[in-house]
Design a protein around this ligand. Structure first.
Ligand SMILES: Cc1cc2nc3c(=O)[nH]c(=O)nc-3n(C[C@H](O)[C@H](O)[C@H](O)COP(=O)(O)O)c2cc1C
Length: 330
């Protein structure tokens, strides 16, 4: 059984990765329904939070039904991060996660996200200060290192554990790799195999099939899998992995009815949560995967992703339901 602080997260938990503009409350709720054991918010800027920037503050919203949920923050300034911890605590998350892995220039150039991989002592001291500043478990999400020549993740993980991190999720790429190439899980398993490590080590990067999740568990011996892209528009990924673990067989794919139902609820929850304009816009990226496999889908998809009017999108769902009734997904 893996535990994050005192939270029992089960045997080989599946974690929904933090993803900007994706891991919002509606999507997290859908993933939770389909078996995600822990969900994380997208990253939230500590500088934004302390300025009370509305966009950052809105990202703190959580639904009761998605627990345990971690709120992820990023930043490189000690005071801002500590103040953010206090702000985040008021939303009542179960976990606070620190983003030490975001590779994008605007974050890295301020020394935050993966930028901190160039300053390991700061990474460790920030983590330590945050652990001391809250009773909530602090988890860390990071990458293997800055570049191939500076991978010290075994040592870094040990130091993070020693200052009180409750779990570490490691994306098997360096900052320099961004999202290119294949994630390398071997250094992650070296972290796990370090006899001094006792906190959970979660693997991340390219878990895109139940078989790959099983490999992460059985071949690499990790404590859980953090799943990002494979879940976008496909919250059933969690249920499929769990089914495969239980039975050794592939679950039947979700039916058209399930897909339509998820798409409708996703859109409705998004509209309820962030209003029609943003709700319609930000749910768009999921539709391709929701309906993947349906032949000649382009025309329907076009309707879903071009209109700003929710009624048009709901109407497109109705059409799909009518025109493809009984369609069997492979
Ligand atoms: C659209 C998108 C947004 C992301 N936003 C974040 C983020 O806010 N915080 C973070 O730690 N990682 C973020 N990531 C990285 C993912 O959490 C994850 O580490 C990465 O996608 C590799 O996992 P995967 O192969 O399962 O997708 C993002 C990735 C994507 C594709």
């Amino acid at each position: 059984m893996a535990k994050i602080g005192n939270i029992d997260v089960g045997e080989f938990p599946l974690l929904l990765a933090p993803m900007e503009d994706v891991s919002d409350p509606p999507f997290r709720a859908l993933c939770k329904e389909q078996g995600a054991d822990v969900v994380y918010t997208e990253f939230i800027s500590s500088e934004g939070l302390i300025r009370d920037a509305a966009k950052s503050v809105m990202k703190l919203d959580i639904y009761e039904k998605e627990r345990p949920v971690g709120i992820q923050i990023f930043g490189a300034n000690l005071d801002s991060m500590l103040q953010s911890v206090e702000i985040v605590e008021k939303s009542g998350p179960d976990i606070i996660d620190i983003n030490f892995g975001c590779p994008v220039k605007k974050v890295v150039s301020k020394g935050a996200g993966a930028g901190i991989l160039k300053d390991i002592p700061l990474m460790v001291s920030l983590t330590e200060a945050m652990v001391k500043h809250t009773k909530l478990p602090i988890t860390v999400k990071t990458r293997l290192g800055w570049d191939q020549d500076s991978i010290k993740i075994v040592e870094v993980a040990e130091r993070l554990q020693d200052v009180g991190a409750s779990a570490i999720s490691i994306h098997g790429r360096t900052r320099v790799q961004m999202y290119k190439g294949e994630a390398d899980w071997r250094p992650i398993s070296e972290v796990k195999n370090n006899p001094r490590m006792h906190i959970p080590i979660f693997g991340n990067g390219d878990v895109d099939s139940p078989e790959r999740a099983m490999e992460m568990r059985d071949k690499y011996g990790l404590d859980g899998a953090m799943i990002g892209r494979a879940s976008i528009g496909y919250p059933w990924f969690f249920r499929e992995v769990k089914h495969f673990f239980r039975t050794g067989e592939h679950a039947a794919p979700p039916t058209l009815e399930e897909r339509i139902d998820a798409a409708r609820r996703h859109l409705q929850m998004s509209i309820d949560w962030k209003g029609e304009k943003l709700g319609v816009f930000e749910t768009r990226r999921h539709y391709t995967n929701y309906f993947k496999g349906i032949p000649h889908f382009k025309e329907y998809r076009q309707k879903m992703v071009t209109s700003d009017d929710a009624a048009d999108v709901f109407a497109a769902f109705d059409e799909v339901e009518r025109d493809f009734a009984g369609y069997e997904f492979a």
